[in-house]
Write a protein that binds this ligand. Structure first.
Ligand code: ADP
Ligand code: ZN
Length: 608
């Protein structure tokens, strides 16, 4: 029952009881025969009345036949006066025995008013106070409950129909390969513990919205058949101080209880932002929550069997403390899907839909560069909706193609889609980077080239060091700068002019050139470091520089930077002009496949 209603009913009950008490006292249940004064007078005159007892203003009459009755008299008038005034003869009156009784003072006559006016209000006030206190207490209990992590659990047995496996995740091959080990650990933890092996506790899944971070995390839980506890970072950031950290504690204790298990923290950046980056110093709620996460992660026993997967699309703003060994020391990057992956994703999401024979997922995939997994799932769904609207029995290719537009124009699509021309430019740009890098001295091998838009960049060329390197040569730096400029050089060679797509490259190239001169002493200015760096914590990670050199030196620094950039640019152009055919070939391949892996790229270069 509603507590308010209950209280209300209670109050009504009390009032009823009090009312009952009243009526009991003031209106005795045995109401004797009430007669009027005139009736009394005629009765007396008739000689029927034996006795009249006067109690206050009440006259209790006893008849000769022992019947009784009552009557009333006015106050301040004696009975005899009253009766004679009304015409009782003296004779008859004498026959009647008249007793005057002191008015019966019942205890209640004074106690009840006292109770009513003194005690009852107190009781009522007390009652209200009590209910209020009780409510406050339950309120506090609710506030306490509120700290419980509202984690959604998909239990090992509760996976049911929803159970997701790696086969439900298209593409993301590398990510899956890395996660296989985690699955194995969750399945056979003893194997690893016996070997004294350290299993990563936290894995960071990095990728834009909708690339399948959540899906993959759930697939890991599904593969290992362990409970999946999921919570979003933004949920931690609630209004009460201390609630966030209490929730973290709760979440982890829940995870430990159901170990082996997976804790999934979505939007880690919502809590894991670089600490101390807030203006005004930062003992804020978010920071406490973050600290609690760190404490929990450090407190894990090796064999606990709880693995934390966290998703973010901003690994750069995460607090470095989160990335330390024993915490989120593994980073898995989820790339947006390329043509082939897009086709697979479409297939997965069309499995349950009746498809017409003309459906060609390859074509749909080719028309959807830049779409994420979520977008493609949306396309498949929109296609089915359209088909249903046209009362069709099957989903045709036409619906899929229409659905693309619908999703494209939909309000949710924010990421950049390349037009055909843009795709060509991006392909040449990335091919330029890759080729300059490959044919420059002292560089890292190209691991992957892609023209799938990622963040602000239209494409990217990945280079991974073959060995851990701490020291770099000037040659290496020069090659790096040339590689950065290779993108716009290729654009210039092919199209005669540059696009804005290269602006980030230029920024990075000039930054690097400046550091060569100012920090590394790699220019004709000699072995002097210029400028003192200072970290302004209160403004975030902003670095300010104190200039400790003259105007004249500043000019020379600019000159040196200019020389380095010009030199690198020339190198890049020479490399590309010499291999124009190869540039065309790589670019063409890129337009077709969107991503080229290291092996394919090396084959292309050798085939020359
Ligand atoms: P994120 O967590 O990275 O924002 P999700 O994992 O929530 O993205 O993905 C949203 C939806 O997109 C998934 O539920 C799934 O239907 C679809 N999806 C994304 N990536 C894939 C993929 N690689 N294979 C199949 N479906 C995918
Ligand atoms: Zn570039």
């Amino acid at each position: 029952m509603n507590p308010l209603l209950k209280n209300f009913a209670f109050v009504i009950l009390i009032l009823l009881a009090v009312g009952g008490l009243f009526s009991l006292l003031y209106f005795p249940s045995t109401t004797p025969n009430q007669i009027s004064a005139t009736q009394l007078v005629s009765d007396i005159n008739a000689g029927n009345v034996k006795k009249v007892v006067v109690a206050g203003d009440t006259l209790n009459i006893t008849y000769t036949d022992d019947k009784t009755a009552t009557s009333m008299k006015e106050a301040n008038v004696s009975v005899t006066d009253l009766l004679t005034n009304l015409g009782v003869t003296k004779d008859s009156l004498q026959k009647v025995q008249i007793d005057i009784q002191a008015p019966q003072e019942s205890v209640w006559t004074w106690l009840l008013p006292a109770l009513l006016y003194g005690v009852l209000p107190l009781l009522l006030i007390g009652f209200f106070l009590w209910t209020m206190m009780r409510q406050a207490k339950t309120g506090a209990m609710q506030a306490f409950d509120f700290t419980k992590a509202r984690a959604r659990i998909f239990g090992a047995e509760g996976h049911g129909k929803e159970k997701i496996n790696f086969k439900d995740v298209a593409g993301l091959k590398e990510a899956k390969e890395e996660l296989v080990e985690i699955v194995d650990f969750l399945k056979f933890p003893q194997k690893y513990v016996a070997m004294g092996a350290k299993i990563p506790r936290g894995v960071l899944l990095v990728g834009g919205a909708g690339v399948g971070k959540t899906l993959l995390a759930r697939a890991v839980a599904g593969e290992a058949n362990v409970p999946f506890l999921s919570i979003s970072g933004s949920e931690f950031v609630e209004m009460f101080v201390g609630v966030g950290s209490a929730r973290v504690r709760d979440l982890f204790s829940m995870a430990k209880k159901s170990a082996p298990s997976i804790v999934f923290i979505d939007e880690l950046d919502a809590i894991g932002r670089h600490r101390g980056a807030g203006i005004g110093g930062g003992h804020d709620e978010r920071e406490q929550t973050l600290n609690q996460i760190l404490v929990e992660m450090d407190g894990f026993e090796k064999e606990t069997g709880v693995i934390i997967l966290a998703a973010t699309n901003r690994p750069d703003i995460l607090d470095p403390a989160l990335l330390r060994p024993g915490r989120f020391d593994r980073k898995i990057v989820l790339d947006p899907p390329d043509v082939h992956d897009r086709e697979e994703i479409l297939k997965i999401h069309s499995k349950t839909k009746p498809l017409a024979s003309d459906v060609n997922f390859k074509e749909v995939a080719e028309r959807t560069p830049g779409f994420t997994g979520a977008d493609l799932a949306n396309v498949a769904n929109e296609a089915a909706l359209l088909a249903a609207r046209y009362n069709k029995k099957e989903v045709d290719q036409k619906e899929f193609l229409d659905a693309i537009e619908k999703v494209l124009l939909g309000p949710e699509r924010k990421s950049h889609i390349l037009s055909k021309k843009e795709k060509e430019i991006a392909a040449y740009h990335e091919a330029g980077h890759a080729l300059v890098s490959t044919f420059s001295p002292d560089t890292e091998p190209v691991r992957k080239i892609s023209i799938i838009a990622r963040g602000m960049a239209a494409g990217y060329t990945l280079q991974v060091p073959s060995e851990e390197r701490k020291m770099k040569t000037k040659t290496g730096f020069m090659s790096e700068i040339a590689t950065l400029l290779g993108g716009c050089s290729a654009e210039k060679i092919k199209f005669g002019e540059m696009t804005t797509g290269a602006s980030n490259d230029l920024q990075r190239a000039s930054e690097l050139a400046r550091r060569l001169v100012k920090e590394f002493g790699m220019s004709s200015l000699g072995l002097i470091a210029f400028g003192e760096k200072e970290e302004l914590v209160f403004l975030g990670k902003e670095i300010s520089e104190q200039r400790n050199y003259s105007e004249k030196i500043a000019e020379r620094i600019d000159e040196e930077v200019d020389i380095i950039i010009k030199g690198a640019q020339k190198n890049a152009e020479i490399i590309l002009l010499k291999r124009k055919n190869l540039l065309d070939k790589v670019a063409k391949d890129l337009i077709e496949k969107e991503t080229i892996e290291r092996a394919e790229f090396e084959k292309l270069i050798k085939s020359k």
